[in-house]
Design a protein around this ligand. Sequence first.
Ligand code: GLC
Length: 454
Amino acid sequence: MLRIQVFLIVLLGCFFTAESSGAADWSETPAQKAERLQWWTEARFGMFIHWGLYAQAARHEWVKNREQMSNEDYQIYFDLFNPDLYNPKEWARAAKNAGMKYFVVTSKHHEGFCLWDSKYTDYKATNTPYGKDLLKPMVEAFRAEGLKVGFYYSLIDWHHPEFTIDRVHPMRNNEQERNRNADRDMSKYAEYVYNQVEELLTTMGQIDLMWLDYSYPGPDGKGRDDWQSEKLIKMVRQKMPNVIVNDRLDLLDTTYGWDFRTPEQFMPKEWVTMNGERVPWETCQTFSGSWGYHRDEESWKTPRQLVAMLIEVVSKGGNLLLNVGPTARGTFDDRAMARLTAMGEWMNYHDRAIYGCTQAPEEFQAPQNCFLTFNPELNRLYIHVMEWPFRALHLPGYAGTVKYAQLLNDASEIKFVDRVGHWLNEEKKEDTITLQLPVKQPDVVVPVIELFLK
Ligand code: GLC
């Protein structure tokens, strides 16, 4: 009897180690991880694209949910979808000209509609009046412009028949639909997710980033057991070992289940940490309040706000993924284009203060009304002057550290007074450098001063 028990325990032990090892055979040193993430950390700036049937409703990508629409209600958007002006080469050029180095597109959003010709569903672009794959040409166009390729894939699916009705489902208040949950099988849905993600990773060449969205565990919610996240991430890591993965699989307590944090629609106070350690992070932001094309949304950020946002993110060691919601004709609308163009104009002269940059070392404090970014390779510090002062910009604590200073937009010298220990009276130890700025602010949205450090 005892022997059988021991045998059973050993057997169970094997089973659990095999199971829980999940993607645990995925092991990586911090240096290896940094190397895998290197292109992304240096890039700092990417384009998010939210595009799907919701572009036609033009009132937020959650329209199906917000208005509690059934599949039948929503079907009209599928039946009419025909983005006749779609030219992904123009999109790719717009992203590149804005200074973006990678893009992440909604291959499928919560509505369940697939932009590519997936063999696992009929609910896809090829079956709409448009009739063609929308994703592949996009991937090719962006790659041709030298941008890295990322796929957003929604874990949530408000169209799939096996996806159970939960608290965030459009049919959450529909008694009849709720009662049908008994006939739905989430494991079949998890298999669908697995197959589609595998398909995305195996039929479109090198995929650099995977953005899986999102988990909401707890009562009437969904999380790692519903998506079978362990199994999914293991496959992702196997198929595409260099891919970078976001953090919404509900696997934050593992090392292999996520690569970077994703604070959304707000600016973190400081470099994002986990258990007290700084971690890679990327904030995704919209031009206005909506991810999908929203005709009547008026809260569009100004170009200056957007440039400032990029600067602030990099000054805290993060990345900015800035969203465009193309129209149902297949275009970036004028408001989006104007902002991309303005960012590109700034980046044209200032990208050196963004690419490969990060938070400045502790000993350099940001002067008043400024942000700092730092390029460790070049050993240069960038002062982004948000409010142009009158002639003097004081840099307390910088004495003895600066070799040369110039405006970045035109490489014109900025003279400075370096006061180490001799200021007014000798007792008052002064360690401030004072930059002598021109009275007139250079004609750029945010001027940057480049300091060559000793
Ligand atoms: C949220 C929303 C979604 C959007 C995403 C972008 O999770 O559900 O609409 O795609 O954020 O981060």
